[in-house]
Design a protein around this ligand. Structure first.
Ligand SMILES: [Zn+2]
Length: 473
């Protein structure tokens, strides 16, 4: 009988000390390369770090290599090969602060630095980060470039791996917040994968060690996010980096940061990244992963796309001349704005019909309620001052969900008032349909109970505004 408690690294101190080392200049996901440069350059002043320039991105931004530690075992960590997947980059900066410091965890820190040599490549795709898009400035997906190597960023990663031949590799990504851990209401807050090196998904020692390490890390994370850890699809992608690096002899762990309720900027998930990566390093130092059972890897639930942002349950919808009872699932999709320094939400009906097998971050039971398409307020609003004076709750009670502002032309098509603004001669039919974004009222006996504006819920009876933003059209 194996005592499983011995495999658990000392994760709690890492989790708790994170607050002290949280890099406060990075407080949201759309930070840029220019925000990272000073954080990395300043590491040159600390003898523990060796900072070098790995090379240049397509648009000539410097991609850095940060080396730490003097140990025999080599670990390589790279983040943000997809420009809009920055959570682990934030955690890396926090780790640099941690490794550069002195505190009550000196012994744990020193144990890692004496036994491992760490190679960090933060933000492998800085051009994608600039525009907050997945792809590189060439328009290619870097994680499909491991064979063709046409993107300069891909060549840098491949050459570094081949030169170092590290024992372990961490391929750090973000995934959709709509993934759940198995078919459940639990978001897949963190998903892991030990990528397959062939289509048969065979397991050799290299991949087996990655699987065993994941078993330990899953156990750590269950303390913080019980039931919210999943496994990414393990089908072999011949063009993927994880797959090829595993094949080349480095045990690769893919980490995908997903969703967590009320954490749109993923700051809690960042703390989990910090905790799990330090725990992983300690586990590698102590080699305790080797005693784990691979069966436990297969028992981690798979990612399932069964989460919506909002499901309105059992609402009566007038469709095709009849009233039909159905569920409506909305997702709140992010739209970059202000040179991708920020975003607003543009929601869309992701599915409608019988959604009883799906789940949502927010569910609204609308049984007994009628869906009534929103109307446009009859008088034209002259300016923003007049707009601000409107009593939106009263408008919703009267059946209005949009106002017309004939001469309003803001640069960004967004309002933080709970209303839709129609400019010029634009009109809306608010049709309930797949991919559409209708505004409507939910009524009981012709009394408005809720208004749905841009896929968000305004509770009219309790006057609670849950609308993150409205849209200008
Ligand atoms: Zn990715």
């Amino acid at each position: 009988m194996i005592d499983t408690t011995r495999f658990i690294p000392t994760h709690r101190p890492f989790f708790e000390i994170h607050r002290r080392y949280w890099e406060k200049t990075l407080a949201h996901r759309r930070f840029k390369h220019r925000h990272l440069v000073p954080l990395i350059e300043k590491l040159r002043g600390n003898a523990r770090f060796e900072v070098s320039k790995l090379g240049l991105s397509t648009q000539k931004r410097t991609i850095y290599l940060v080396k730490l530690g003097t140990g025999k075992t080599k670990v390589m960590l790279w983040s943000q090969m997809h420009g809009d997947e920055p959570t682990a980059t934030m955690a890396m900066m926090d780790m640099f602060n941690f490794f550069g410091g002195h505190d009550e965890l000196d012994a744990l820190r020193q144990e890692i630095l004496d036994n491992l040599t760490l190679y960090f490549v933060p933000m492998l795709n800085p051009d994608g980060a600039e525009a907050y898009t997945r792809r590189t400035a060439l328009g290619v997906d870097l994680n499909r470039e491991a064979l063709s190597l046409q993107a300069p960023e891909a060549r840098l990663l491949k050459e570094l791996r081949d030169q170092l031949n590290p024992d372990f590799g961490f391929n750090l990504h973000d995934q959709s917040t709509h993934y759940s851990a198995g078919r459940s209401a639990n978001p897949a807050t963190i998903s892991f994968l030990a990528p397959a090196y062939n289509h048969a998904k065979e397991v050799n020692e290299v991949r087996g060690n990655a699987m065993k390490l994941i078993v330990t890390l899953n156990r750590v994370l269950q303390t913080y996010i019980p039931g919210q850890v999943a496994k990414y699809s393990d089908s072999h992608e011949p063009r993927g980096f994880g797959d090829n690096i595993q094949k080349a002899g480095t045990s690769v762990v893919l980490v995908e940061s997903g969703g967590y309720p009320d954490d749109p900027e993923k700051q809690y998930i960042r703390q989990l990244n910090f905790t799990l990566l330090l725990s992983a390093l300690q586990t590698i130092v102590r080699k305790t992963y080797s005693e784990e059972n691979i069966d436990a890897y297969y028992q981690i639930p798979e990612n399932d796309r069964s989460l919506f942002d909002l499901i309105i349950r059992q609402v009566q919808v007038p469709l095709g001349g009849e009233v039909r009872t159905m569920d409506i699932g909305f997702n709140h999709n992010e739209v970059n704005f202000r040179q991708a320094d920020g975003f607003y939400y543009r929601s869309a009906i992701e599915d409608l019909g019988d959604l009883s097998v799906y789940f949502a971050y927010h569910e609204l039971d609308a049984s007994g309620m009628q869906l009534v398409p929103g109307k446009t307020y009859p008088s034209v609003i002259a300016n923003v001052q007049e707009l601000r004076k409107l009593d939106f709750n009263r408008l919703f009670r009267q059946g209005y969900t949009a106002v017309r502002m004939a001469r309003y032309a803001p640069k960004e098509r967004v309002t933080y008032l709970p209303i839709r603004i129609l400019t010029g001669q634009k009109s809306r039919d608010n049709e309930v349909a797949l991919s559409a974004n209708p505004d409507f009222l939910l009524q009981i006996n012709r009394q408005t109970r809720y208004a749905i504006i841009n896929g968000f819920v305004y509770d009219v009876v309790n006057n609670k505004n849950g609308v993150k933003n409205g849209l200008v059209e």
